[in-house]
Design a protein around this ligand. Structure first.
Ligand code: FPP
Length: 228
């Protein structure tokens, strides 16, 4: 079985705890988390990983205090397109994953511009999961099929209606900050993904974590339900 780590996905957890441990507001943790993401993107490029999906905001994160939600929306509005030159120089193509409904129009406008203006880049696809939920992804896909009159679904048909069906199925899902759960992330595509859990808070991650992750993945034996 192919063991190359092609598609890595990360649950970026621990921004709030990182900030608290330093006596800072939670928002400072998110800003530092964005800095960590830049280092991790470089680490993925350096280690030959072609697809990186990061969980930026879940369909459940709207329950957080309004000020924190607004801060995150401001980051999505300003920081991704704000980095477009650097992203193009690095060869990073941005893609969006998640429900567009409910996101601020200005955030969507700028994120869409980032997608369009980085589309030709071919070093790394950075898929940003924003207003993403696994239940929502599956329901939206099934509802799209129902609207077309489909009465019997298959896994392939469901996946064909996901936001980016051209992106290969995730190989390795990792989570920072010690919690051991998926939190509604990639429910469908995680069926045979390897899982990894790391204690470090997300804002403390850098390129070296990607080297560690690549090494950990190389020790996994993937059978996809068969025998080796
Ligand atoms: C989870 O940590 C983290 C989030 C809900 C936000 C993740 C977002 C970023 C890292 C910013 C990405 C920005 C762009 C522009 C792509 P938590 O707040 O739940 O941490 P805690 O469990 O310690 O409270």
């Amino acid at each position: 079985m192919a063991k190359e780590l092609v598609h890595l996905a990360i649950i970026m957890d621990g921004n709030g705890r990182w900030a608290k441990s330093k006596g800072l507001p939670r928002t400072a943790g998110h800003l530092q988390g964005l800095k960590a993401l830049k280092k991790v993107v470089q680490g993925c490029i350096d280690n030959g990983i072609r697809y990186l999906t990061v969980y930026c905001f879940s369909t459940e994160n709207w329950k957080r205090p309004e000020a924190e939600v607004n801060y995150l929306m401001t980051l999505f509005t300003n920081k991704v397109y704000g980095e477009i030159r650097a992203l193009n120089e690095m060869g990073v193509a941005i893609r969006l994953l998640g429900n567009r409904e409910g996101l601020p129009p200005e955030a969507l406008r700028n994120l869409d511009k980032a997608v369009d203006e980085s589309a030709a880049n071919d070093k790394l696809v950075l898929q940003l999961a924003i207003n993403y939920g696994g239940y929502d992804e599956i329901c939206r896909a099934v509802n799209a099929l129902v609207a077309e009159g489909v009465t019997q679904v298959t896994p392939e048909l469901i996946r064909s209606k996901f936001d980016n069906p051209d992106i290969p199925v995730v190989d390795f899902i990792v989570r920072s900050a010690g919690e051991v759960r998926l939190s509604n992330f990639l429910l469908f595509d995680s069926a045979y993904a390897e899982l990894g859990f790391y204690d470090e808070y997300w804002p403390d991650w850098d390129e070296t974590m990607i080297e560690r992750i690549k090494k950990d993945y190389s020790s996994r034996v993937r059978r996809f339900g068969g025998l080796v």
